[in-house]
Design a protein around this ligand. Sequence first.
Ligand SMILES: Nc1ncnc2c1ncn2[C@@H]1O[C@H](COP(=O)(O)OP(=O)(O)O)[C@@H](O)[C@H]1O
Ligand code: SF4
Ligand SMILES: [Mg+2]
Length: 447
Amino acid sequence: MDKLIETKNLYTNFYTFEGVVKALNGVGIVVRRGETYALVGESGCGKSVTVRSMMRIIRSPGRIMDGSILFFPGNQTDKQESIDLLRCSEFFMQKTRGNDISMIFQEAGTALNPVFTVGSQVAESFVLHRKREMLSEAINGFGAAGVKAGQGNSTPGSRKKNFFSRTWQKWQLALFKRELAFLEQYESRMNEIGKQLYELEEKSSAEAAENRLILHKKQEKLTRSDFLVVLMRKLPFLKTYRKPLEKIIQAQVISLLTKLGIPNPDNVFHRYPHELSGGMQQRIIIAIALACNPILLIADEPTSNLDVTIQAQILDLIKKLKTTQIASVLFITHDLGVVAEICDRVSVMYAGDVMETGSVQTIFSHPLHPYTKGLLHSLPKMNQTGVLDTIPGHVPNLIAPPAGCRFHPRCPHVMDICTRVKPPVVFFSSEHSVSCYLYPQKESYGG
Ligand SMILES: Nc1ncnc2c1ncn2[C@@H]1O[C@H](COP(=O)(O)OP(=O)(O)O)[C@@H](O)[C@H]1O
Ligand code: SF4
Ligand SMILES: [Mg+2]
C-alpha cells in the first residue's frame, strides 16, 4: 500500500518555566493510503503532540525542532512525489488542513464554540474549504432562476416585479462571479508565492533570505475578497444578496448531518452546542472535519469522554466513513480494545518514542518490545481474580528523560548500552519493526 503521510525523526520541545519538555524524541510513523492506523500509548506519551506537529498546529511554548513530515498527495498511479509539510508556506498548510487532512479533537465540548449554532459552525468549514465549489454552484443556479423571472403573465404589475427581480438577480450573479474570480486569482497568486518560498527554504544565502522576506511581504498584501464584496456584506439590506449561497451551504450541511446519522438535522442545524448530548456533539465535530472531503482523518481520542454505548456508535460511524468517504484514518487512543476493533496497523508510543509498529494482529499475538508486552499483560483477563498486572515504575518526566532507551528504568531486560544510546528501529519482518536492543539489527528504518 502507498504511503500517504510519513514523519521522519520528528523532535518537538516545549519551553516551560520548569525546563525544556522533550515531548517527541525522533518520532517516525507512516500512515498508508486506505488503512486505519492507530497510535497507542499511555497518557502523556506524545500522541497528541505527534499529530499536532503533523498538522503544524503546535502553539507556543512548543516548537518543532527537527524532522520532516512528508505528505504524498498524489494517487496510487502517480509517481510518489512528496511535499515536506514543515517547509511549506502557511497558506499551503491552511489548504491542506481541512482539504486533505482533517482532525477531530479530543474534547468535543471544548472544540465547539458555545455562542454559535452547530449548523453555522459546520457551514463555516464549507465556506473555508469549499467556497469555490459553493460559489460555482450558486452561479449555475442563476441560469434557471433568471429564465423563470422572465416568464409568467405580462400584467403591468408583474412586469414591474419581474424587472426588479431580474435586475436584483443580475446584480447577485455579478457579485458572485466577481467573488469567484477574485478568490481564484488570490489562490493562484498565493500558490505561486508558496512554490517560490518552498524552493528558497533550503537556501541559506543572504540573497535567499532577502527574497523570502519580499515574498512574505507580498503574501501579506494579498487579500481574499475585493472591496465591493466586503462592502456589500456589511450593508444591512444589500447583504441579502448572499441568500442563494447561504441556502446552498445549508443544504450541504443538512445532507452531511443526515449522513452522520443525526436525527432531525433541519432542527439540529439551529441548535447551540449545549443543547446537544455528548455523542451528538462528537458527531458535529466529525461533520466539521468531513465538510471538506479529507483524504486523511486524524481522530484524537474521539471517544474517550463518551459512555460505552455512544462510544460504540461513534466507532461504527468512523468505520463506515472509512469505507465510504475517507481514504485513511489515523486513530489515537490509549484503549487497546478500540485498536483491536477498528485498526489495521498500530504503533506503540512511550515517552515521546515509537517503540514498536506492526499489524494489529502481529502486535497482539507476537509483541516484541518489553513495553508492548507489559501493556498487553496488564489488560484484565476474563477469568482473572486478584490484583491486575502492572508495569513497575513510572512514566518519566520529559524535562529530564532517561538517556538511551527511555524505557530502560522500567525494563526487566535492561543492558548497559540501553542506558547510553537510543536503540535504532529494526525490522523484525517486512511489516513489523521494533526499537530495542534485544533484537538483532537487520535493516535500519529511517521513518
Ligand atoms: N502546552 C504544553 N506545555 C508543556 N508541555 C506540554 C504541552 N503540551 C504537551 N506537553 C508535554 O508533552 C507530552 C506529550 O503530551 P501529549 O501529546 O498531549 O500526550 P498524549 O499522549 O496524552 O496525547 C506531555 O508529557 C506534556 O508534558
Ligand atoms: S532497548 Fe534495552 S531497555 Fe529498552 S526495551 Fe530494549 S532491552 Fe529494554
Ligand atoms: Mg492526547
